[in-house]
Design a protein around this ligand. Structure first.
Ligand code: NAD
Length: 388
C-alpha cells in the first residue's frame, strides 16, 4: 500500500511506502521514513555554547563560493564568515557588505600571507581552480591557520602530499570539501549498505555528467590542463570514485579505464571529455563509473546487494536527493529530512578546530582519490589493468 504525501521542497505529491520491505535494516526506514539528521552522524547542536564560533576566510569568490558556501553560513551554528580573499576588490567589497564582513578583513592574493596577523580568522577555505589549491593551502598553513581545500585536493600527488606536510609542520588541520560525506541521504545509504540492508554488497554503478560550456566563466579554467589537472574525471568523476570508496568502506585494488574526447572539439583539446572506469574492491565488489563533460546533468549511483538494490538520483547534487530501494517487483521511496550539507560540512570542520578533533575527510582522503585518479588515467592511457 502506498500513501501520497505532499513535499513542498520536491515536485508536489510523491508516493511514500507505508509498509516494511521485510529486509533486515530496512523495515524501520520504510515504516518511519523521515529521519532526523541528528541520527545520521551530523554535528549535534548541544556541543558548544551558541556564542562559540570559528572564524572563516574564503579564498576565491567564484560560483561555488558565492552561490553555495557563503549563503550556508546563515545556517551554521559554529562557523562565521569573517574574511574574504579575492583578486577583484569591487566584488570582494560588495560581498563583504552583503555578508557583514569588516572591510579591513578583505585580502588579495598578494597580501594574503598577512592574514597571519588576523586573530579573527581560524580557518581558511580554498575555493580556487584546482591547481591553485596547493599554493594557497600551504601559504595559509604557514600563516598559522587551519585549512580546508575544495576537491580535487590538487592536480598532482606531489602537491597533495606537500599540502599535508605543510599543515602537519604548522600543527594545523587539513580537510577536503567532500560535501557528500556530510549529506543526510548519503549518510543514510552508507548506514544501510554497511548494515547489510541490501544483503551482501555486489556492485555499484555511478554516473556523473555535465556539459562544459565555453560561454560560462567558471568553465574556462576547467578546459585548461594546467589549472584543472584533467577533465571530467577530476571535476565530477571524483564523486563516483569517492562514493564507491565510502559506500564499500574499502580501497580498490585493481583499475581498468577507457577515455574518449570528441576529435576537434575545442573544449577537449587539453582535458578529457569522457572517462569510464572500473574499480575492483578486495571483497569482490566492482564499481562501474562514468564521467562526462558532454551529457546533461546526472549525479547518481545505484548499489546492488544480493537481496535488494538502492538508487540515489541525484546522489551528489546540492538539493533534491531522491532515494529508492527495490526488491524483486517492489520499489519504495525513502524520505529523509534534506538538511544543508554545506552548513554541516562547515560546522564539522569548525567543531574539529574548536574541539581539537580530526576531520572526517582529512587531506589523506583527498590524497587517496588523487592517487586513484592518476591510476585511472594510467589505465586509460595504457589500456592495461592497473594494480593499486
Ligand atoms: P569559478 O571559476 O566560479 O571560481 C574560481 C575563482 O577563482 C574565481 O573567483 C576566479 O576569479 C578565481 N581565480 C583566481 N585565480 C584564478 C586563475 N588563475 N584562473 C581562474 N580563476 C582564478 O569556479 P568554481 O566552480 O567556483 O570552482 C572552484 C573550485 O571549487 C574548484 O576546485 C572546483 O572543483 C570546486 N567546486 C566544488 C564544488 C562542490 O560541490 N564541492 C562545486 C563547484 C566547484
Amino acid at each position: 500500500m502506498y500513501q501520497s504525501i505532499y513535499s513542498p521542497s520536491r515536485r508536489g505529491f510523491i508516493k511514500q511506502a507505508s509498509y516494511s520491505l521485510g529486509i533486515a535494516g530496512i523495515g524501520g526506514a520504510a515504516a518511519n521514513p523521515v529521519f532526523a539528521s541528528q541520527s545520521l552522524g551530523m554535528p549535534s547542536e548541544s556541543v558548544f555554547p551558541p556564542e562559540k564560533k570559528a572564524g572563516w576566510a574564503i579564498v576565491g569568490l567564484g560560483k561555488y563560493a558565492t552561490e553555495q558556501i557563503m549563503p550556508a553560513f546563515a545556517e551554521c551554528k559554529k562557523s562565521k564568515l569573517v574574511a574574504l580573499v579575492s583578486g577583484t576588490p569591487d566584488k570582494a567589497k560588495k560581498l563583504a557588505d552583503q555578508y557583514g564582513v569588516n572591510s579591513k578583513n578583505i585580502y588579495n592574493y598578494q597580501n594574503y600571507d598577512s592574514i597571519k596577523n588576523n586573530p579573527e580568522v581560524d580557518i581558511i577555505y580554498i575555493i580556487l581552480p584546482n591547481s591553485l589549491h596547493a599554493e594557497y593551502t600551504i601559504r595559509g598553513a604557514q600563516a598559522g591557520k587551519h585549512m580546508i581545500s575544495e576537491k580535487p585536493m590538487a592536480t598532482s600527488v606531489k602537491d597533495a602530499q606537500a599540502m599535508i606536510d605543510a599543515c602537519k609542520k604548522a600543527g594545523k588541520k587539513l580537510m577536503i570539501g567532500y560535501r557528500a560525506q556530510y549529506e543526510p541521504f548519503n549518510l543514510k545509504v552508507i548506514e544501510m549498505v554497511r548494515s547489510n540492508a541490501l544483503g551482501q554488497l555486489k556492485m555499484i554503478t555511478s554516473d556523473h555528467g555535465r556539459i562544459l560550456k565555453p560561454e560560462e566563466k567558471a568553465d574556462q579554467w576547467r578546459m585548461k590542463k594546467d589549472l584543472a589537472g584533467g577533465g571530467s574525471l577530476m571535476d565530477i568523476g571524483i564523486y563516483s570514485l569517492n562514493a564507491a570508496r565510502y559506500l564499500t568502506g574499502e580501497e580498490p585494488v585493481e583499475i581498468t579505464a577507457m577515455m574518449h574526447s570528441t576529435p576537434n572539439d575545442p573544449r577537449f583539446k587539453e582535458v578529457e571529455e569522457n572517462m569510464t572506469f572500473l574499480l575492483r574492491f578486495p571483497s569482490g565488489v566492482i564499481a562501474q563509473c562514468n564521467s562526462s563533460y558532454s551529457y546533461q546533468e546526472v549525479k547518481r549511483y545505484r548499489v546492488f546487494g544480493s537481496e535488494a538494490w538502492l538508487d540515489l538520483d541525484p546522489a551528489t547534487d546540492y538539493y533534491r536527493h531522491t532515494l529508492h530501494i527495490g526488491k524483486k517487483e517492489s520499489k519504495e521511496q525513502i524520505l529523509l529530512k534534506e538538511g544543508n550539507q554545506f552548513a554541516s560540512q562547515l560546522d564539522h570542520f569548525s567543531e574539529c578546530v574548536l574541539e581539537n578533533k580530526e576531520p572526517k575527510t582529512p587531506g589523506e582522503e583527498g590524497l587517496q582519490d588523487l592517487k586513484l585518479m592518476m591510476a585511472i588515467y594510467e589505465a586509460a592511457a595504457s589500456k592495461e589493468k592497473v594494480k593499486v
